[in-house]
Write a protein that binds this ligand. Structure first.
Ligand code: HEC
Length: 154
């Protein structure tokens, strides 16, 4: 009876030790990968303080939402509403101007302003109700999303 319990515990330990060792190793490997990610990330850091980080990401998520709304409205041929969304959500509004100006990096600010201006141009193009030109203008605006993300990180 005792012999059985001991051998069961022993066998369980035989399994448990490598499993524990494995997870320990994985933690180390994951940590190394994270370190390497930071090292290999060649994008320029904006060194944002924590409150600005949260705010910027919120703002960014609203940008994706706006793009999704614009695409849907173009598909419905509701160009006027799409133009409104482009102006108010992505354009160079007073609020966007104020927010962009808060960043210390000049290259980032310039790109931000160019992006918002391109969204105002998109809004104007949408008013022409020309599907092809509208999509080209949207692609142009999204080029700034891509360019900025490739260059900067928080
Ligand atoms: C002028 C620079 C700039 C422009 C233009 C820009 N972004 Fe960003 N965006 C950033 C930065 C910086 C981050 C943070 C990236 C990081 O730290 O890895 C970010 C993050 C994001 C995120 C992640 C949000 C989260 O909650 O994690 C989304 C989504 C995003 N951007 C969408 C967009 C879209 C869509 C556009 C264009 C319509 C856009 N951005 C234009 C700079 C920009």
């Amino acid at each position: 009876m005792f012999k059985n319990i001991f051998s069961t515990v022993f066998i369980l330990l035989l399994y448990a030790v490598p499993v524990y060792a494995q997870s320990e190793k994985e933690v180390i490997v994951n940590h190394r990968m994270m370190m390497n990610d930071t090292i290999n990330d060649k994008r320029i850091s904006l060194n944002l303080p924590p409150h600005m980080k949260v705010h910027q990401l919120e703002n960014m998520r609203s940008h994706v939402e706006a793009v999704q709304a614009i695409i849907g409205l173009i598909a419905e041929q509701n160009f006027i509403k799409a133009s409104e969304v482009a102006h108010t959500k992505l354009g160079l509004t007073a609020e966007m101007k104020r927010m962009c100006s808060m960043f210390n990096n000049e290259g980032f600010r310039t790109l931000g302003f160019q992006f918002h201006k391109s969204a105002d141009e998109l809004a104007e193009t949408l008013k022409t109700k020309d599907m092809k030109k509208s999509l080209q203008a949207l692609q142009n605006t999204m080029g700034y999303c891509v360019q900025c993300h490739a260059t900067f990180r928080q």
